[in-house]
Design a protein around this ligand. Structure first.
Ligand code: FES
Ligand SMILES: [Fe+2]
Length: 357
């Protein structure tokens, strides 16, 4: 198997908790077919998705206690990938094992360590502690996207698309061709701190439309406050708030968008949407959030990003032209260029395609 070039010694999100229940889950991460299973002890294991006997996918098997059983000839494997049982045979050859990947369940997601397994560091999983706040509700999502994971992450780092691509749902109420002087004032700051990139974008004194007006309970005017933090490999940890004219914030939504490469040009898109408004039976409830976010992301963002990917495969050597609003994306690409260079990774054109600002 050709090894693809992705950042190593880092956590990649592999699933959300509810996806790994009583049946093993087959999932390709960074080009590696993996099987995730939940043992009787509730611990989650991640192994290569192949049985070393005759290469059947272990994900077609069943969980027995702490082990997974291959469905072909019944060999059992433990969480370290070692074979623990061969039917009708006592001797187990030492080579009868597969690679295991450290797996940790945190904030409602399952994270796997990609790289040197002797360097696992549980402290570097992103902090998404609001998902555990009992005063909030959380809805989890997973999408499969036919595009490179960077294109999908860039979509989240680029709040400026919201007023256009999402004009029928979460956009502010604006005239699509308004000149700068007539449109609501936008201010944006970005800051790089180590490997993290932070952003703060304010849209001042703007009217809300569609579902954003429904979340807020009126059309405004409000200041839309978008706070962003990006962490490698590609977690976009975003917060959206609506500030009233008197400075009060009554709605806070944390939107954590976490991208994991499946292959070179396909990816997994994980998300939690965590909110603190609306009563237990009030709008928006879990079904509302599920319906609204699926509609936005499945009908607007993913089709656009997959179309970008197809275009990039049709046009050779094109360069992106940055504008002012691309600052956050650009800063993230710069950090990734450094991180890739540090690991000797040279072929990541998606972080070098944008021309200098
Ligand atoms: S292929 Fe798995 S036990 Fe034979
Ligand atoms: Fe979007």
């Amino acid at each position: 198997m050709k090894k693809m070039q992705f950042l190593e010694n880092i956590w990649y999100c592999a699933a959300y908790t509810a996806e790994v229940a009583d049946k093993p889950l087959a999932r390709m991460i960074c080009g590696m077919p993996m099987v995730l299973y939940r043992a009787e002890s509730d611990e989650v294991a991640a192994l290569e998705d192949r049985c070393p006997h005759r290469q059947a996918p272990l994900s077609m098997g069943n969980v027995i206690g702490e082990t997974i059983q291959c469905d072909y000839h019944g060999f059992l494997f433990d969480k370290t990938g070692a074979c623990t049982h061969i039917p009708r045979q006592d001797r187990i050859p030492a080579a009868n094992r597969v690679d295991a990947f450290a797996a940790v369940e945190r904030w409602g997601f399952i994270w796997v360590w990609w790289g040197d397994q002797s360097k696992v560091d549980g402290t570097t999983i992103p902090d998404l502690s609001w998902t555990a706040d009992e005063n909030r509700r959380v809805q989890y999502f997973h999408w499969h996207v036919n595009a490179n994971f960077q294109l999908m992450a860039d979509n989240l780092l680029d709040v400026s698309h919201v007023d256009f691509l999402h004009k029928h749902s979460i956009a502010s109420k604006i005239d699509p061709t308004a000149k700068q002087a007539e449109a609501p004032k936008v201010t944006m700051e970005t800051k790089v701190k180590g490997d993290a990139v932070h952003s703060l974008r304010l849209v001042h004194n703007t009217m809300l439309a569609g579902i954003t007006a429904a979340w807020h309970g009126s059309e405004g005017p409000v200041t839309r406050v978008s706070t962003g933090k990006w962490l490698p490999p590609n977690s976009c940890i975003l917060k959206l708030q609506f500030e009233d004219e008197n400075g009060d914030i009554n709605e806070t939504i944390n939107l954590d968008h976490i991208m994991t490469p499946e292959t070179e040009n396909t990816c997994h898109y994980f998300m939690d949407w965590t909110w603190d408004f609306g009563g237990p039976d009030g709008y928006p409830d879990h079904d509302d959030v599920d319906r609204e976010q699926r509609s936005l992301i499945e009908c607007d963002d993913i089709p656009m990003v997959e179309a970008q990917q197809r275009n990039l495969e049709l046009f050779d050597n094109v360069q992106d032209i940055p504008v002012k609003q691309d600052k956050f994306v650009n800063r993230v690409h710069k950090v990734l260029q450094r991180l890739y260079a540090e690991q000797g990774i040279t072929e990541r054109v998606e972080v070098t395609r944008m021309a200098a600002e």
